[in-house]
Design a protein around this ligand. Structure first.
Ligand code: HEC
Length: 114
């Protein structure tokens, strides 16, 4: 019997091993969560994803499709600002990327045009 009773670990090896496993699991778990959230955040900043989700709340993408060969980057920026004032749920910091995406899109491109 161990003279010092009430010790939580039977040996130094266990004393080191269990916390090490706990910390390892913790790191794996939270590392995984961070990777997941990061992927989600990046997906939201993807201009195509924004157009296909946020720009379809009021009208179909046909309106956008019909304008693909008509607007340059500046005109798209103005249009998106106008849509934001119409009530579009688009972050201001994402507007340049969306304008660039739409200005570079070939007329008839999927998924904006079906
Ligand atoms: C809150 C509703 C709403 C959302 C969300 C919305 N729009 Fe619109 N959109 C409108 C309305 C209303 C019109 C017609 C009146 C006008 O031109 O403002 C319109 C018209 C348009 C037009 C044709 C008129 C023009 O100025 O060329 C385009 C192109 C367009 N929207 C693109 C977009 C894009 C790109 C997005 C996403 C960033 C978007 N819309 C999101 C409401 C919305």
């Amino acid at each position: 019997m161990n003279p010092v009773s009430g010790r939580p670990y039977r040996s130094l090896k266990e004393c080191v091993f269990f916390p090490a496993v706990a910390i390892g699991l913790f790191v794996i778990l939270f590392g995984g969560l961070i990777v997941l959230f990061d992927a989600e955040a990046r997906q939201q900043a993807d201009p195509q994803n924004i157009v296909m989700t946020k720009c379809t709340e009021c009208h179909s993408t046909k309106r956008i499709c019909d304008n693909l060969d008509k607007k340059d980057r500046e005109e798209w920026t103005e249009t998106i600002y106008k849509m934001v004032s119409n009530g579009a749920d688009v972050a201001e910091q994402d507007i340049p990327a969306i304008a660039e995406y739409l200005a570079d899109l070939e007329p008839g491109s999927k998924p904006v045009c079906r």
